[in-house]
Structure formats: structure tokens, C-alpha cells
Design a protein. Structure first.
Length: 223
């Protein structure tokens, strides 16, 4: 189950899991991003290897819909997220704090709550969350975003402790700037060669979800 599977990183993950022979469930909420997935993976959609579910995964009802479409999911990848900042704390609107929490934390919490009962019952599963260097470096001007991503790190660590004896593992990916069209448009003068391709992140997450990565638990994995 790949939340954010219609986004740039999410589509790279969808492709990697399909290449590994998996069936993938993808929730969607933005028509434009869904159309991008359909353009890239039309054959897999027609063959039922990708199941799409229209759902707001920040809401319990939406997360439940996704869980019903993925009753035997062995992997949950929470890529839904958002970035916002660039102002000092006293200039940052409270609305941005709410939005950063909803996009980065609440989505991961709602989906983990929905899919964990099945994983725990089968005693098998992998959850990967997406953190950020900002949660470790804590740069000025990114208080809301860095705090939300810091909450993702705390969530992952606590959740791993809760499921450690039930054969479910939880890890967090810490990417540098991801090389996506949106990031290139936002930072046109940056050195794109120093950015991380989505496919590279997808490869690491796929390995963590595989049997080969079963002994890696509770890790912050820089990519």
C-alpha cells in the first residue's frame, strides 16, 4: 500500500514494487496526479496489478477504505507529505502548522492504525515513513515543517517499540532534496546533480520491505 502513490516519489515506488511482482494499492485525491499514474502504468491498471482508491487518507474513513482494498498488505509506505516554510516562527501562520501536521503526520498515523491490525494478526509487515533532513538539521525558517517531520521520526520510533515482538518492522527514510519536477520548478538555480532521484529512494524502501531487509528495524536511513 503506497500512500502518495500518484506523486513523483510514489510513482517510482509503484514501478519498483510492480517490477518485484507485487500488487499495489494506491489511494488518490488529486485528479492531475492520478492521470500521471494512469499515463505511466495504464497496462498494470488494466490488469488489476494496481488498485486505485479515491480516499483522503488523513481521515479515518479514508484510511479504512484503503485498508479494505488491501486486506493482506505486507508493506505500507507513507509518502504523502507536504513542504511549507521560509518564515520565522512569529511570521508563520498557525494554519501552516495545521497543514504540515495533517499532511506529514496525520496521514501516516491514520494509515498505520488502519493496516496494522492485519499485519499484527499475520505477524508480518513492513512500514516505511518519509522523514526529512530538516527534522535533524532544524534550519531556521522551517519550524512548522521541521516539527512535523520530527513528529514522523518520533512516531516511527515509538511504533517500532510497540510492534517489535510481533514481527512488524518500522523504518524511516531520510532523503536529501528529491529530484522531482516540482522541486526543480521551485529551485531552478540549484545543482540538480546533488539531488536524490526518486528511483534511488524506491530501491531502498523496496529492500527494507523485502525479506532481505527483515533485520533492519527502527532505523533512520539516509538516502
Amino acid at each position: 500500500m503506497i500512500s502518495g502513490g500518484t506523486g513523483a516519489l510514489g510513482r517510482a515506488l509503484v514501478r519498483r514494487f510492480l517490477d518485484g511482482g507485487d500488487r499495489v494499492v494506491v489511494p488518490w485525491i488529486m485528479k492531475r496526479e492520478l492521470e500521471a499514474l494512469e499515463a505511466e502504468e495504464g497496462d498494470a491498471l488494466r490488469r488489476g496489478r494496481i488498485v486505485i482508491v479515491e480516499a483522503d487518507v488523513a481521515e479515518e474513513a479514508g484510511a479504512r477504505l484503503v485498508a479494505e482494498a488491501a486486506p493482506s498488505a505486507e508493506a505500507l509506505v507513507n509518502t504523502v507529505g507536504g513542504y511549507g516554510g521560509g518564515k520565522a516562527l512569529h511570521e508563520t501562520e498557525l494554519e501552516l502548522w495545521d497543514r504540515m501536521y495533517r499532511m506529514n503526520v496525520r496521514t501516516a498515523v491514520a494509515l498505520s492504525r488502519a493496516l496494522l491490525p492485519g499485519m499484527l494478526a499475520r505477524q508480518r509487515g513492513s512500514i516505511a515513513n518519509i522523514g526529512s533532513r530538516a527534522a535533524l538539521d532544524l534550519p531556521a525558517g522551517l519550524s512548522a515543517y521541521a516539527a512535523a517531520k520530527g513528529a514522523v521520526l518520533a512516531l516511527s520510533e515509538i511504533l517500532q517499540k510497540e510492534v517489535a515482538l510481533r514481527h512488524v518492522r518500522v523504518n524511516t527514510i531520510i532523503p536529501t532534496t528529491i529530484d522531482t519536477p516540482a522541486n526543480r520548478a521551485a529551485m531552478p538555480n540549484a545543482d540538480f546533480s546533488q539531488w536524490t532521484p526518486p528511483a534511488a529512494i524506491a530501491e531502498v524502501i523496496y529492500w527494507l520491505a523485502s525479506d532481505a531487509g527483515a533485520t533492519v528495524r527502527g532505523a533512520l536511513v539516509p538516502v
